[in-house]
Design a binder for this molecule. Structure first.
Ligand code: SF4
Length: 93
């Protein structure tokens, strides 16, 4: 039987993603400027995550496993919170 206090490997300090790794991700073609939401929208998304019960460790959404400070930049991403999400998909004009 597993201990109730056991954490998954991905959630341990050893596997935490650091700023440098996030910067490298954000510099990739997958995060090109035309694929990103406006800065105000990004900040609003982060604010919604920071008050969400599914936000873990300052970086991770426990519903989708995504790195929130990274994926919240993308127009194509949405929040998986039940009932329609806490932030919406941005439609391209
Ligand atoms: S469920 Fe939505 S609001 Fe909550 S941490 Fe995940 S992406 Fe953020």
């Amino acid at each position: 039987m597993q201990s109730a206090n056991r954490t998954c490997r991905g959630c341990s300090e050893e596997f935490a993603v650091n700023e440098k790794q996030m910067e490298r991700l954000l510099a990739s073609a997958a995060f090109a400027p035309e694929l990103r939401v406006a800065e105000e929208e990004y900040e609003a998304r982060l604010e919604a995550c920071h008050t969400c019960p599914k936000f873990h460790g300052g970086t991770t959404c426990m519903l989708c496993g995504c790195l929130v400070p990274v994926i919240a930049h993308l127009k194509s991403k949405n929040c998986p919170y039940p009932g329609g999400g806490r932030w919406a998909v941005q439609h391209q004009a």
